[in-house]
Design a binder for this molecule. Structure first.
Ligand code: SAM
Length: 206
């Protein structure tokens, strides 16, 4: 890992993920997390201040990037609930079956290289009756936007730490054995349409 990945990228991701339209999306979903929560790709810990602490037993923060974990440290220090770091990728979640009440995914599925495997892991660790809450960007419904997403994706991915702008998130969830119970979607305001098509909602095990 070079200087760009370990030092520059974590700052850029932290700034981009702190944008106002994105914060508004977090507000719609993160406070619904409850019990034992697994946050996959916790990044710089921006979600910490959006949780409702009265609903949280503790949070497993899974984050494979050392640079992101370093960036998260000040937010973790102020968290009003316990956070247990898991420094592995989503493809290798080191938890027992049926251990989480909530799995939280915000702006992470785009970046996980083997997202099918990671979703299978999330399904495995989610308790029966538990919920996967998500806010993700991905494939747009408009053909013209979608074409540009496919064209730009190879360059975008190189510059943005492996982020893909053209993944079909609801389809990926369904194919991984989840039932998407609630799905909302829109283009985020003040955001380029190729990177700003947002899905949010909740899914359960099928
Ligand atoms: C765009 S950031 C979003 C961070 C955070 N979820 C948020 O909402 O601010 C994507 C995160 O996914 C993490 N990531 C990359 N590969 C991953 C993997 N295989 N499993 C889990 N997380 C991964 C990155 O290190 C980064 O922190």
């Amino acid at each position: 890992m070079g200087f760009y990945e370990t030092r520059v990228l974590p700052v850029m991701i932290d700034l981009a993920c702190g944008a106002k339209p994105i914060s508004k999306q977090r507000q719609k979903v993160v406070p619904l997390a409850e019990g034992r929560v697994l946050e996959v790709g916790m990044g710089s810990g921006i979600n910490i201040s959006f949780y409702d602490p009265s609903r949280i037993e503790f949070v497993w923060g899974l984050e494979p990037s050392e640079g992101m974990r370093r960036r998260a440290a000040p937010r973790l220090a102020k968290a009003p609930f316990e956070i247990r770091w898991l420094d592995l990728p989503g493809e290798e979640i080191p938890l027992e079956d049926d251990s989480a009440d909530t799995v939280l995914l915000t702006f992470t599925l785009c970046t996980i290289p083997d997202f099918e495997r990671a979703l299978a892991q999330m399904r495995r660790v989610l308790k029966p009756g538990g919920r996967l809450l998500f806010v993700e960007h991905g494939a747009a419904p408009d053909e013209s936007v979608r074409k540009w997403q496919d064209r730009v994706n190879p360059f975008w991915k190189k510059m943005a730490g492996g982020c893909n702008i053209n993944r079909d998130v609801p389809r990926a969830l369904e194919e991984a054995g989840f039932k998407v119970e609630l799905l909302e979607q829109m283009y985020l305001p003040s955001t380029p349409r190729i990177a700003g098509f947002n899905y949010w909602g909740r899914a359960v095990q099928r």
